[in-house]
Ligand binder design. Structure first.
Ligand code: MG
Length: 118
């Protein structure tokens, strides 16, 4: 079995074992932890003027993984993989279009991302 398939099977088992109400609570908890970690990083980046050693990186990776695991469980529980994917595509495309319009209005042809990938 591929790692991806194994991950999905494990996610189904976890979601089925704990059930919808517990996993909704767990999602709230994990999202809160991600919000907290995100706020800490934002403060750190501002205080260090974006000059960073990326020492905080492992913390945000852990919290992102926790939230993604919960999202995957909710997708399984609510049986909505295709709907979530097409909603993501719609929202990303819409936002990309808004950026393009803003760039066109302001004659912006290039822009930089504040923190580049490591
Ligand atoms: Mg967590």
């Amino acid at each position: 079995m591929s790692k991806e398939k194994e991950l999905n099977e494990d996610i189904k088992i976890i979601a089925s074992f704990y059930g919808v109400l517990n996993q909704l609570d767990k999602t709230i908890e994990e999202c809160s932890e991600l919000i907290l970690e995100t706020s800490k990083i934002k403060q750190y980046l501002r205080e260090h003027n974006f000059d960073t050693d990326w020492s905080w990186r492992e913390h945000i990776i852990e919290e992102m993984a926790d939230v993604l695991v919960m999202i995957k469980q909710l997708i399984y529980i609510f049986s909505c993989k295709k709907e979530v994917k097409s909603m993501m595509e719609y929202k990303v495309k819409r936002q990309r279009k808004r950026i393009q319009e803003k760039c066109n209005q302001n004659n912006i042809f290039e822009f930089e991302i504040e923190v580049d990938k490591k």
